[in-house]
Write a new protein. Structure first.
Lengths: 380, 380
């Protein structure tokens, strides 16, 4: 029986993690669930999965929930509640399913306890990859990717030697704007940007997919997860999202992991690793699919992709600045404050204007994140 | 320094094996080369690779070569020469690169010495899979597939647990007649059948690809190599021959191995296993390839495919009968004695008429092979 803490149980990844766990009542129990604000969704999860503790980041909503569910489980609140849960509760697997940067502090607590870290929260590695991977080695914490691309790479690397990897090939659907011209991106609506062709995900990551910043974040994530050089990470557009990513070895052989676009598969793999468990998910039917296509990404149109490679080249806090600027820019776009095509310009401006720090510690990262957010929010 | 014996050094696989070995002069040396008849091709191989021994199956040609090369290396002749070489010489890796059934006896000698068996000769497993795999376990010989499909599956299984395999997906190019109608197969010429779209191979295997008996043989080969049930082996048509085969696991995840259609890749993998070695072979470029397609195989048109599944169902000597009948039928087709569409009818007739033996020993297999060949040669 593995004990699981889910950081962000009411988001897309959190819900799917519970969908997986529901199928294996003998194998998993829930130690804790945490949410930002959605106590309405959390309440039925409490009734079904009986966590000993829940955490609500919004303190007022947390107190409201506490009153409502009486003694059904322990309720912690606030950012400190998240950190306390990760630092003190009894669990085996920490599922980092929160959106954005705010998952970092509790994730570091889990790492320091040598837990299994099933990581969907890519920002954790983007902003603090050097620190996180160093701490994982130091505290013997095992980092298991939940992102479908990184799970694919992780699966392809099983049984292989890392020094025999030549290249990682990240596949990208290309999102809803794959076939739009660069100039027409200025006029796309929020609704169009939220209409992802293959994946049903949260709003932030869906917009990131439309701008291809999601792939940019994944490049940086892959860099830290797999210890490859940035020139060894290639992006190829694959609109069907069937090949989830590939690894090319020094002998020219390529291994790929394939599956239907369903996050339950990589989530289950991370939870049951190093084993696989039988399930009833629909299977691939290659004759039915018929056709898998591939294109080179258009770096001119999807500027965010190049910004990510640049952030890796600069290093230090550059990925943190890129990520924070992107979070605020996406927020502004979703609020109708800026055009879609403005997102990369905002990020680029932030990367130019904000001072970079080499090998930042956790405080420097938080400071840089805060500074960037304030800078971008103040941009008109 | 690994010592290598190549059974069949002047065929397509043998030549490619030497092409690979030429790139790694520090890692491999040639203990012995064997040929059926092509002493003209063998002679420069002797000068370049300096084997201690060569074997020529044709005794007269063997004596001719012996006279010609004087004392440059030891020359053995005849079927017994092949067996003696496998049984007595000092080598680490036995490369089974001969065409057809005649590779079995020397392969068994290598197995009984617990050697690494790099097997391109699929007939060995088709006719004697039960015996060969039993002996490999008994003598702790390691069987490494060289067939591109089976190498792909073998690579996909690295780091995975065999009891977590759900299905093996063998890809098939479909050969030159993929888009022909069934009725038009009666009139195809030898030249058309020899014109494979992707692979440059020997005549026998190229005809087998055109009839899809090659895939039929591979189904049986996969059955024995990977210990799966026959209903767990699926064939999918993939005309580009880029995905060399796939494995589906019990969680629905699929792993594939991909590469350009070049036998040097699986040969090198078998020779360097469990490591991979850097090489200068051309690499895949997915954007350049653009498109991978998949179709269900047409079992009505490619009757040989169904005959192979039937042979597995019947078991015993049925695969041996199927294989021997196919070898003679292909020979007759290449000689212009029968139509292409007659091949499956001949095999089917042999499978009906010749008595089946359960769990045959080596003598029963040789007897069945001989009986089938005589039966098919006598068919008009």
């Amino acid at each position: 029986m593995k004990k699981v803490l889910i950081l962000g149980s009411t988001g897309s990844i959190g819900i799917n993690t519970l969908n997986v766990i529901r199928n294996f009542p003998e194998d998993f129990e829930i130690t804790a669930l945490t949410v930002n604000t959605k106590i309405g969704l959390l309440e039925p999860q409490i009734h079904e999965f009986h966590p000993g503790t829940v955490v609500v980041k919004d303190e007022k909503l947390g107190m409201e929930l506490k009153a409502r569910i009486a003694g059904e489980c322990n309720v912690l609140v606030g950012e400190q509640g998240l950190i306390d849960a990760a630092a003190n509760l009894d669990y085996d697997i920490f599922v980092g399913a929160m959106v954005g940067f705010c998952g970092l502090a509790p994730t570091l607590e889990a790492i320091k306890r040598g837990k299994i870290i099933a990581l969907a929260n890519k920002e954790t590695l983007v902003v603090a990859g050097e620190l996180v991977t160093k701490l994982c080695r130091q505290y013997n914490a095992k980092l298991l990717p939940i992102d479908s691309e990184h799970s694919a790479i992780f699966q392809c690397l099983e049984g292989e030697k890392k020094d025999q990897v030549e290249k990682i090939i990240l596949t990208a659907s290309g999102g809803p704007f794959l076939n739009k011209t660069k100039s027409s991106l200025a006029n796309v609506t929020v609704q169009e940007a939220l209409n992802h062709p293959n994946w049903k995900m949260g709003a932030k990551i869906t917009i990131d997919s439309a701008s291809m910043m999601n792939k940019g974040l994944e490049i940086i994530e892959a860099y830290w997860l797999f210890g490859v050089k940035q020139e060894e990470i290639e992006v190829v557009i694959h609109p069907q999202s069937i090949i989830h990513s590939m690894v090319q070895y020094i002998d020219g052989s390529v291994k790929a992991q394939l599956g239907l676009p369903d996050m339950k598969l990589p989530i289950q793999y991370a939870l049951t690793y190093p084993d696989r468990q039988a399930n009833q998910f629909p299977r691939l039917d290659f004759a039915e699919i018929g056709n898998l296509t591939f294109f080179r990404p258009d770096f001119e149109k999807f500027e965010c992709l190049m910004l990510a490679y640049n952030a890796l080249t600069i290093g230090g806090t550059a990925p943190c600045i890129m990520n924070a600027a992107n979070e605020i820019a996406v927020h502004k776009f979703l609020n109708g404050e800026i055009r879609f095509s403005h997102i990369p310009h905002i990020i680029s401006t932030a990367m130019e204007k904000i001072e970079n720090h080499k090998s930042p510690d956790i405080d420097a990262i938080f400071e840089c994140d805060k500074e960037t957010r304030e800078f971008v929010m103040a941009l008109s």
